[in-house]
Design a binder for this molecule. Sequence first.
Ligand SMILES: NC(=O)c1ccc[n+]([C@@H]2O[C@H](COP(=O)([O-])OP(=O)(O)OC[C@H]3O[C@@H](n4cnc5c(N)ncnc54)[C@H](OP(=O)(O)O)[C@@H]3O)[C@@H](O)[C@H]2O)c1
Length: 337
Amino acid sequence: MKAYEIRDGFGLDKLVSCERPDPTPGPFQVRVRVKATSLNQRDLMMVEGRYNPRQKLPLIPNSDGAGVVDAVGPGVTRVKPGDRVMGLFSQAWMGGEPSRAAQTSTLGGPLDGALADTMVLHEDGVIATPAYLSDEEAATLPCAALTAWSALVTYGGVKAGDTVLVQGTGGVSIFGLQIARMLGARVILTSSRDDKLEKARALGAHELINYVTTPDWDKAARALTGGVGVDHVVEVGGAGTFEKSLRAVRIGGTVSVIGVLSGGAGTVPLTPVLMQNLRVQGILVGHRQGFEALNRALTLHGVHPVVDRVFPFAEARAAFEYLKSGAHFGKVVIRVG
Ligand SMILES: NC(=O)c1ccc[n+]([C@@H]2O[C@H](COP(=O)([O-])OP(=O)(O)OC[C@H]3O[C@@H](n4cnc5c(N)ncnc54)[C@H](OP(=O)(O)O)[C@@H]3O)[C@@H](O)[C@H]2O)c1
């Protein structure tokens, strides 16, 4: 099989193509011929050694892959050769509460991931690809889409008429926009670039704020809700945005803590959290049950993921550099098969 692995240390320079023996699926395992993989900030951080500097190497990066089952081991009943599937981000989180096993069974670190033409996974660790999606589109779902779904639906309880604020126009946030629209919510979206704001408007965002030219975007968001505050913030900015998110949300509202794009450390003002009865909910992607519900909803509404660019397998490094540049809108994908 062909793959990329992080070898001999971290950094994009250490991401090298390699050949490994073609794996045979064991009991309850399935072999997936990967057709496409998408990139998440986590994958870039993993390659650069910023996610887990103690990660054992070599490692095949990337949590998200979609492809076709071509062989199954003894005892497999959930899938058969020819089925189109996606890998679960967390191989051991089927539903309910998260666990240590759920946290430590994630693809693309610590387990080998999807930047390869072949993956062998437990049959429980794959999920059927919605028939109407291409493999490139499906490869965007396991991390970013499920994270937005967990934030807004599994833990968020967002309902029609609510106002949701999403930050930026990366993978999680654009899925946040699409899912919030599906739920019948009003969406306020922030971005550093006016051209991206226009693209978001075309996707259905109701209100747009440039967070560079309007640094007090929290006040602008409050003003857009008549001074009340938004019901839910999809918080991906981290240290540089969290405090403003607390100010943008209404009394009793929810801030879903998802990302740390501007840093993961900082002081947390506790008084507004308690005085405003806020709910600050940490999100770590999500479980298979949530993924199944997400797929049903996407299928029912015919929603297509927003794929910004598709890179060939040979240009994996360029794909990571493109993600790092922040020029993308939605998802960056690598075609594998
Ligand atoms: N907890 C989880 O389960 C989970 C799952 C997935 C991702 N994440 C995390 O969530 C974050 C976003 O991930 P992603 O894959 O969606 O990233 P991404 O696709 O690379 O999105 C990056 C975009 O975020 C926006 N952004 C950057 N800095 C910002 C800031 N200070 N304030 C507001 N927006 C900012 C920018 O949008 P504009 O160019 O429009 O300004 C940028 O293009 C990352 O920190 C990632 O690690 C966490």
